[in-house]
Write a protein that binds this ligand. Structure first.
Ligand SMILES: [Zn+2]
Length: 45
């Protein structure tokens, strides 16, 4: 299982609710809301 970087919840990487590529690494998210939150933080860095 993967881990959502926002809430540390577990995510099934075979069927993730949301995912994205950041710096060459795939991140898996428990929800599209948490992907949006991650991307907002990522842009601000
Ligand atoms: Zn989450």
């Amino acid at each position: 299982m993967a881990q959502c970087p926002i809430c540390d919840g577990t995510v099934d990487e075979n069927n993730p609710p949301a995912q994205g590529q950041y710096g060459g690494e795939t991140q898996y998210f428990c929800s599209v809301e948490h992907r949006s939150e991650f991307e907002e933080r990522h842009v601000q860095d």
